[in-house]
Design a protein around this ligand. Structure first.
Ligand code: FES
Length: 164
């Protein structure tokens, strides 16, 4: 069963239309920045939003779908308000990344192997391939901010300081 579209607050709906207007007719080269801006407002990219993006950029909607499926930073289903990405690649795994991921999953009440979204919709935990900061392993990101040399026991303090 397809996920229902996001009901946007009036202010967000206005912001979305302003972004779409700004990209009108600009074509394929602007698809990525447009999707980033749109997702920052909507939280994820439902079918109706994909169609609006495609229409405004003068692209077939299948191109929008392909980009969303290719890039792991775009979402075609609802996610939490805040996103924790824990690196599960080799350097981080060897440095204790698995313990960090499991502690994070316990803290958020989601699946320890695959992550997921907390019951209150506040947090999504994702396991990620290399996040490009191996010298700071184990490494994780909370939204756009990166945190290196993390230990499982750091997580309470780290997540508590956030607005989940
Ligand atoms: S292996 Fe974790 S950041 Fe590269």
């Amino acid at each position: 069963m397809p996920t229902p579209p996001t009901a946007l607050a009036p202010r967000s709906a206005i912001a979305l239309q302003a972004v779409l207007r700004r990209y009108r007719g600009k074509g394929r080269a602007y698809l990525l920045p447009c999707l980033h801006e749109v997702q920052a407002i909507t939280g994820w990219l439902d079918e109706n939003t994909c169609m609006q993006v495609a229409e405004n950029l003068d692209l077939p909607v299948v191109e929008v779908h392909n980009v969303i499926e290719f890039y792991s930073l775009f979402y075609n289903a609802p996610v939490g308000k805040r996103i924790v990405r824990v690196c599960e690649d080799l350097a981080c795994d060897l440095a204790g990344g698995r313990e960090v991921a499991h502690a994070c999953a316990r803290r958020l009440g989601v699946d320890a192997e695959h992550g997921g979204t907390s019951a209150d919709g506040a947090w999504t935990l994702e396991m990620h391939p290399c996040l490009g900061r191996c010298e700071q392993a184990p490494f994780l990101m909370i939204d756009e901010a990166g945190y290196g040399n993390i230990k499982a026991e750091d997580l309470d303090a780290l997540l508590e300081g956030q607005d989940g």
